[in-house]
Design a protein around this ligand. Structure first.
Ligand SMILES: Nc1ncnc2c1ncn2[C@@H]1O[C@H](COP(=O)(O)OP(=O)(O)OP(=O)(O)O)[C@@H](O)[C@H]1O
Ligand SMILES: O=c1[nH]c(=O)c2[nH+]cn([C@@H]3O[C@H](COP(=O)(O)O)[C@@H](O)[C@H]3O)c2[nH]1
Ligand SMILES: NC(=O)CC[C@H](N)C(=O)O
Ligand SMILES: [Mg+2]
Length: 511
């Protein structure tokens, strides 16, 4: 994209995505690349940021970026590991600090009249997370700020637009972090703040027109935010050549298939609803292992898509609502293999027999940006505010094997829970919510009779991107009413529990 573009080089810090978010919040476009996969077309980047890292510049696991084409040639901001790297390999010294420094600190010295610290003063709170410390500055280093514990908390290199900070401007607890990034990017590097949802729509539509021409495209539409926004963008670009397919996998929420189809009617999209519930339920029969269930569902999704694509003559492309976190998660900074926690049904590419090319118009956006892009196209607020819902649907919320009866029970429970969240005006303050059907029966007493029925768990989390999450402190009264209503209304359930686990160590979905 021909924007004022910022390059973030990732050394594996858990905060790299946050740097990108903070930069985007300044309406500046940026991209993350692994430190050892620096893009060749460097001319499009107006500034470069080096992230932190779990590695140490002193150990054998030091990560060496190739900075020849960057250092001294482009404005450069080095954070934590990045700062240590600049110090250690340019004539300074990095050593283990006497005590590890995690958490809050305050700037005790800030060099006056420095553009880098414009509007930031002594006392400003910063967030530290390091165990090495910069003992001496590199050649031509000029001290810009200190804390009580860390003398060399910020420095610049005389004669270059190179700045380095030991603390993390990207985390919320660094109070003036955004100001600092603005000082560097806008005031020093002169990057323009021209990246807005509206400009994104205009440019994407133009790019899609160019790329797709008169080709036909199929898109899996799920009723969720990502695929709906992707559909609107594509529709603007290629109109009737976009064929949307919404699959009823029999694992959707109660009435979701018909409601979502209805909702799409007003949007001018060309949507086909395909009821494949029997195929999915057949494929799932007898499976109770979470990964086996996920793989079976992924397989049927592909079969259904393939069948549908064959119905339309001359389809060339498959469009997907993939978003940025999906991409970043699959590239590891250090190139090492990361373990598979869950096989997402939509990740992993297409089998060879499907000869379609992939188009992913949202692959550079975070979820909240997708919502803003949707809003700038005047899409329905309710649709944009929908909680994420996993493609494998209720199958990963019914622990163990799946039967039509279990799906029915869970649909009813979920409908009461989500309905009540809406009634109590809690829906929008929760990032995602759902109910889980547990594979246990427990004893109860209803109308003087013994029952031996199912137990359900309710889960509601707050999060920004689903990578980490915490359970929501829902009002007791809400939980009480909801639990009552579920047990009274849903035959087969006699116990309700509330999940109070954060992610990590738990995940949002139970399977
Ligand atoms: N029932 C479905 N029918 C057709 N395609 C689907 C269905 N469920 C999921 N998909 C496809 O899988 C992709 C990934 O699903 P995912 O849930 O991550 O995104 P989403 O549904 O678009 O948005 P959200 O995260 O808000 O639920 C979707 O973008 C869509 O292309
Ligand atoms: O489209 C999807 N296909 C999947 O296979 C899948 N698995 C989990 N999720 C959603 O991802 C987010 C994180 O979920 P976990 O904490 O359970 O990994 C949560 O928002 C989950 O709902 C999925 N979405
Ligand atoms: N957050 C970081 O970048 C830490 C850098 C280095 N691993 C240290 O512990 O000092
Ligand atoms: Mg979804």
């Amino acid at each position: 994209m021909q924007h004022n573009n910022v390059l973030i080089l990732d050394f594996g810090s858990q905060y790299t995505q946050l740097i990108a978010r903070r930069v985007r919040e300044l309406n500046i476009y940026c991209e993350i690349y692994p430190y050892n996969k620096i893009p060749k077309n460097l001319e499009i980047y107006k500034a470069v940021i080096l992230s932190g890292s779990p590695n140490s510049v002193r150990g054998e696991a030091v990560l060496h970026p190739e900075l020849k084409a960057i250092r001294g040639k482009k404005p450069l901001l080095a954070v934590c590991y990045g700062a240590q790297y600049l110090a250690h390999f340019s004539g300074g010294e990095v050593a283990p600090s006497d005590s590890r420094e995690y958490g809050r600190a305050n700037l005790s010295f800030v060099k006056e009249k420095e553009e880098f610290f414009h509007n930031i003063y002594t006392g400003s709170q910063v967030w530290m997370s390091h165990s090495d410390t910069i003992k001496t500055l590199p050649e031509n280093g000029v001290l810009l700020a200190s804390t009580d514990e860390v003398k060399n908390a910020a420095f610049k290199i005389e004669g270059e637009q190179t700045y380095a900070i030991q603390f993390h401007p990207e985390v919320y607890h660094t109070t003036d972090g955004s100001q600092l990034l603005e000082n560097f990017l806008v005031h020093i590097a002169k990057v323009e703040q021209d990246w807005t949802p509206k400009s994104f729509v205009e440019e994407s539509v133009a790019e899609l027109k160019e790329k797709l021409g008169n080709d036909r495209v199929v898109l899996g539409l799920s009723g969720g935010v990502d695929s709906s926004v992707a559909a609107m963008l594509l529709h603007k670009a290629i109109g009737e050549n976009l064929y949307c397919i919404f699959v009823n996998n029999g694992l959707l929420r109660k009435n979701e298939f018909s409601e979502v189809l209805e909702q799409y009617k007003g949007m001018g999209l060309n949507v086909k609803g395909v009821d494949a519930s029997a195929r999915f339920l057949d494929a799932l029969a007898g499976l109770s292992d979470p990964e086996e269930k996920r793989k079976a569902i992924g397989g049927i999704f592909i079969e259904v898509f393939d069948d549908e694509a064959h119905e339309i003559s001359d389809v060339k492309w498959l469009a997907q609502g993939t978003i940025y976190p999906d991409i970043i998660e699959s590239v590891s900074a250090t190139g090492g293999p990361s373990v598979t926690i869950k096989s997402h049904h939509n990740v992993g590419g297409l089998p060879d027999f499907m000869k379609l090319k992939i188009v992913e118009p949202l692959k550079a956006l975070f979820k909240d940006e997708v919502r803003r892009v949707g809003a700038s196209m005047d899409m329905d607020k309710e649709l944009l505010g929908r909680h994420p819902f996993p493609g494998p649907g209720l199958a990963i919320r019914i622990l163990g094997d799946i039967t039509a009866e279990k799906v029915r029970i869970l649909q009813e429970v979920d409908a009461v829970f989500i309905g009540n969240l809406r009634k109590w005006n809690l829906y929008d303050s929760v990032w995602q919510a759902g109910a889980i059907l547990l594979p246990v029966n427990s004893v109860g007493v209803m109308g003087d009779e013994r029952t031996y029925e199912k137990c359900v768990a309710l889960r509601a989390v707050e999060s920004t991107d689903g990578m980490t999450a915490d359970w929501v402190n829902l009002p007791y009264e809400f939980l009480q009413k909801t639990s009552n209503e579920i047990i009274n209304k849903v035959k087969g359930v006699n116990r309700v529990v509330y999940d109070i686990s954060s992610k990590p160590p738990a995940t949002i979905e139970w399977e």
